[in-house]
Unconditional design. Sequence first.
Length: 254
Amino acid sequence: MNISGNTIFVPGSTSGIGLALALELKARGNTVIIGGRRTDLLEKVAAEHPDIDTVAIDTADPASIASAAAQVLAKHPDLNVLVTMAGIMRVEDWHQPESFLDSAEATVTTNLLGPIRLIAAFIEHLRAQPDATIMTVSSGLAFAPLRVTPSYNASKAAIHMLSESLRLQLADTSVKVVELEPPSVRTALMPGQESSEIAMPLDEFVSEVVALIEAQPDATEIQVERVKFLRYGEARGDYDQVVATLNAHDPHGK
């Protein structure tokens, strides 16, 4: 993925990593469209950043995805990058099914079905572009589980394998598949995460991500240094220690 000269749609980017990355990509010379479910946050972004377009989208709703895709493509026919940013993370206790089932289903709908439906809505258009990118967003927890968030871990592991598979299928097209793998980052994804000493500062994370994209335009996985502890535990042979360390603090973070 080139660092500039793109037209980029980032659904799920009215706050946190999505918004920070969208703003940095805009500053690097890209046209950026932000999508989100909450219209009040979209209006705030539009007021503070009038050079960024916005569109309402609920990535848990197939009809909303279809409507937003039509709007984005009608206004931005040169769109060539889709970043499937939207995601939720919830604590679950699987000792009692009535306490976790609704949360688990919502997590899978947003974190896995959402990206699948988004890619389906844009893939035909992206394949027609001379140079296009789908950026998926998994997590360090795709590779080492946090005890309190089973469905989140599973959904992000699925995103990793989806990314690997799509890269193989789309190798004969102009569409590249890039997987962004965040560690815990100081955002409001989970209660207390914005001030967590364990989590990586948001500005540092986004700066490193953008530097990696610029330095490695052909990278298939975007991994800041902090996530490699989780990402490569199994390859290093210290997976059990990684899992023990991750869960020793029981952090409510990604």
